[in-house]
Ligand binder design. Structure first.
Ligand code: NDP
Length: 275
């Protein structure tokens, strides 16, 4: 093909918004590229990637359930992918498979730039200790918060993350782990990185973690505010869902591939209208 080819690989994948997002970025920045869906069989991720590379593919986004397999397949990793333990962006370059992860910087861009919420010196509560939580810890620490507390139902998993990320902390004591029940003082930012919203459930959180100055961020998004956003709003907090994170992780991947940073506001507005 004369154009540069990119795909988003997942299973299922037909519902993905990434092709529409990247088509808009490509048109706005006049990049000669194509971006398509690619369904990989559950037992055939690596073979699907290799076939796409053989056809001249230049890069791929990777989504559920293949982010760990993409991490394993890459023969080189960026620091942020290494820290995340997962890969959502692959770059194919002359036999090299470079693995990157743009989810965390996508979240931070959405909070700092789009929501105008500076994180330096702030107290952050991160809910959850799964893949989504792990992926955002390094980019959050890079904003130099005063405190980053990870609360999880299974506290041992939060404690494990604290151990793994200690090496990235400027000062000791910034990172800590606790149970939901032990998070009782107000935080500046509360991020829901649990999958509880998917089942319309609320992590068992004290109302005290929210104040009218708090930004409550749910990584989930949809046409309606999540139960987490509703609970936070009832305490007077500002709320935001994960749609901006989705758009910003795509913009960062686009920048990694093409060296051009697309504008994201129009894409965000268009996606919001379609939810
Ligand atoms: P994982 O399965 O890796 O982790 C799930 C986490 O949620 C665990 O910490 C788990 O706790 C916790 N959890 C699940 N159910 C409940 C519950 N009922 N109450 C309290 N805690 C619960 O999932 P991921 O980390 O991959 O995904 C989490 C969310 O992030 C998903 O909703 C996903 O859609 C979203 N996401 C959004 C992105 C975006 O661009 N906006 C990007 C990536 C993810 P325990 O350890 O105790 O089991």
């Amino acid at each position: 093909a004369h154009f540069a080819a990119y795909v988003v690989i997942g299973n299922p994948i037909a519902h993905s918004k990434s092709p529409a997002i990247h088509a808009r970025f490509a048109a706005d920045t006049a990049q000669d590229m194509r971006y398509a869906h690619l369904l990989a069989p559950l037992d055939g991720f690596a073979a699907t990637v290799q076939k796409f590379i053989a056809q001249g593919g230049r890069g791929a986004n990777v989504t559920v359930p293949f982010k760990l397999e993409a991490y394993a397949l890459a023969n080189q990793l960026t620091t942020r992918a290494q820290a995340a333990g997962a890969v959502n962006t692959l770059i194919f370059d002359d036999g090299l498979i470079l693995g990157d992860n743009t989810d965390g910087v996508g979240l931070v861009s959405d909070i700092v730039r789009n929501a105008g919420f500076d994180l330096a010196g702030k107290k952050i509560l991160l809910l959850g200790a799964g893949g989504a939580a792990r992926g955002v810890i390094l980019p959050l620490l890079e904003q130099q918060p005063a405190q980053l507390t990870i609360a999880n139902r299974t506290v041992a998993k939060a404690e494990e993350l604290v151990q793994q990320f200690q090496q990235y902390c400027a000062q000791p004591g910034i990172l800590s782990a606790c149970s939901f029940a032990d998070a009782t003082q107000p935080f500046d930012l509360v991020i829901n990185a649990t999958s509880a919203s998917l089942q319309a459930q609320l992590p068992p959180l004290a109302a005290d973690v929210f104040s009218p100055a708090t930004l409550a961020y749910d990584m989930m998004y949809g046409s309606q505010p999540t139960v987490f956003m509703q609970f936070a709003a009832a305490q007077g907090a500002h709320v935001r869902d994960g749609l901006g994170m989705l758009v910003e992780q795509a913009a960062e991947a686009f920048f990694v591939w093409r060296g051009v940073r697309p504008h994201t506001d129009a894409v965000f507005t268009a996606l919001r209208a379609q939810l």
